[in-house]
Design a binder for this molecule. Structure first.
Ligand code: CUA
Length: 245
């Protein structure tokens, strides 16, 4: 049991214990809204992994601090000077290398996730998304009509091509997780495959002027038959007002 008095062993035990408890707490909190796209699961796992790593790094820092305070505290009546220390090359190399490896690992993992969620899929439908102060419009390439409602078919991979008519806006449906800016003068894009029926909201998430907080659009995820009926109705409405350019 003499080992337990060793400050390194104490730091190790506290780090594992506190890190594990924090991880359980952090993982049990529902930080994110429900997931409604194939992209969401991969992103959520990345979030969880980074959160757990953060818990253990935090636990390590706090453990070193507390063990140092308790183990190396000045004893009563000890008025001697501290040891003259001029750096420790090994220690500095270790505390530089470990965070560097952690960051590198997180960067490689994130890059793999990004490549995975942005991978083009077969049978992808393209929708042109245009942002302007303070509304979104959607032009369906298949069917050639334009609406203010984003109707998607569950299980279909979508490719959104984004434009802006004035300032920078940002396309975000929290349940889909994917977020991309619409920038004037260029076309940006993002990919989403919806996995859940329901009504969601597209939120502009780039401060774009006085009406920014009202710049929302309804998002509906339904089945193919519902989409076909809806699309026919949109086309009929459009032909009644003279069609689109
Ligand atoms: Cu558009 Cu904020």
């Amino acid at each position: 049991m003499r080992n337990l008095r060793n400050p390194f062993v104490q730091v190790g035990i506290w780090t594992l214990g506190v890190g594990a408890v924090l991880s359980v707490i952090v993982l049990s909190v529902p930080w994110l809204p429900e997931d409604a796209s194939t992209q969401a699961g991969t992103i959520d796992t990345l979030y969880d992994v980074l959160a757990v790593i953060s818990c253990f790094v935090f636990a390590l820092v706090i453990s070193i601090l507390l063990v140092s305070v308790v183990h190396f505290r000045r004893r009563h009546n000890d008025l001697s000077d501290g040891e003259p220390i001029h750096g420790n090359t090994t220690l500095e190399a270790v505390w530089t290398a470990i965070p560097a490896l952690l960051m590198l690992g997180a960067a490689v993992y994130s890059a793999l996730v990004l490549a995975n969620i942005e991978e083009p899929k077969a049978n992808t439908q393209t929708v042109d998304v245009t942002g302007q102060q303070f509304a979104w419009t959607f032009k369906y390439e298949q069917g050639n009509f334009r609406t203010g409602v984003l109707f998607l078919v569950k299980g279909t991979p979508y490719h959104f091509k984004m434009h802006s008519k004035d300032v920078i806006h940002s396309f975000w449906v929290p349940e889909f997780r994917m977020k991309k800016d619409a920038v004037p003068g260029m076309t940006t894009d993002t990919r989403v495959t919806p996995t859940r029926y329901g009504h969601f909201t597209l939120v502009c998430t780039e401060l774009c002027g006085l009406g920014h907080s009202t710049m929302r659009a309804p998002v509906i995820v339904g089945n193919q038959a519902a989409f076909d009926r809806w699309a026919a109705l949109q086309k009929k409405k459009q032909s009644q007002v003279g069609g689109i350019s």
